[in-house]
Ligand binder design. Structure first.
Ligand SMILES: C[S@@+](CC[C@H](N)C(=O)[O-])C[C@H]1O[C@@H](n2cnc3c(N)ncnc32)[C@H](O)[C@@H]1O
Length: 240
């Protein structure tokens, strides 16, 4: 999510390079608009972050459908405040059934009173009991889940492992800010160390391995039809 554009002045989001980071979801609409042929030149000089292309490319086909969507992370710790993606999703998906999981209870409760178009759950995305309870309550069957929470290795892993069954066949699970796999304070490390990125590599090994090589990551990878990577984001799509 590196913004290289001088023309975009957008809220600073994310982690390591604050002044060069944006929330790619906010420019989803801009990106859609810029796809009109006369705007291609403008789009090129604005150098739209790659992750917004991923969102647009994967989510545009769902736009007019009645979809069920979960995002982990409301944005309570962001300079621009909570709820920015909430408005983006409501605008982008007019028929969305939208859920949030947020760790910051005070912020989540405050925000829950302001919104009637999303259901907000307070809890820790690394707490598998909480996630299981969440799934029992809301019933699973999600078209889209986006992990944009705390971005540590154990958070990303626990959420993927526990929430993956809640993705419906053909649904998509996004993990944002994969750069944390290389940042020590998030549990990351050097290339090849024990991280979320490495788990994804093992999953790729699993789906490409020869039959005599044993499966090492069966829970998720045997149900993934595609792994689509761009800068700092992966989209895992479940078999239909
Ligand atoms: C990057 S911000 C989310 C930005 C928001 N999705 C947006 O696009 O505007 C990360 C959010 O995740 C929350 N968070 C951090 N750790 C969490 C955890 N363990 N479980 C759930 N949410 C967490 C933070 O409080 C914060 O609200």
């Amino acid at each position: 999510m590196h913004a290289r554009s001088l023309l975009f002045v957008v809220p600073v989001c994310q982690l390591t390079l604050p002044s060069f980071r944006v929330n790619s979801k906010y420019i989803l609409h801009w990106h859609t608009f810029l796809n009109f042929a006369p705007m291609q030149f403008l789009k090129r000089i604005m150098l739209i972050p790659r992750s917004s292309s991923m969102y647009e490319h994967r989510l545009a086909p769902l736009r007019d459908q009645k979809i069920k969507m979960l995002e982990i992370g409301l944005g309570c710790d962001m300079g621009y405040g909570p709820g920015a993606s909430y408005y983006t999703w409501l605008e982008y998906f007019p028929h969305v059934d939208l859920y949030y999981i947020e760790y910051d209870a005070e912020c989540a409760h405050k925000w829950a009173n302001k919104t009637d178009k999303a259901t907000i759950f307070t809890g820790d995305q690394a707490d598998t009991e909480f996630l299981t309870e969440f799934m029992l309550t809301v019933g699973g069957n999600f078209d889209v889940i986006i992990d944009d929470g705390g971005h540590t290795m154990n958070q990303q892993r626990a959420s993927l492992k526990t929430l993956w069954p809640a993705i419906k066949p053909g649904g998509i699970y996004f993990i944002e800010d994969l750069a944390t796999s290389y940042i020590a304070k998030y549990g990351g490390g050097a290339i090849g160390s024990d991280t979320m990125m490495n788990d994804l590599k093992i999953m790729l090994d699993d789906i490409n391995r020869a039959p005599e090589v044993p499966i090492t990551f069966p829970k998720v990878s045997n149900q993934v039809v595609s792994f689509e990577f761009t800068q700092e984001v992966v989209a895992l799509t479940k078999f239909s």
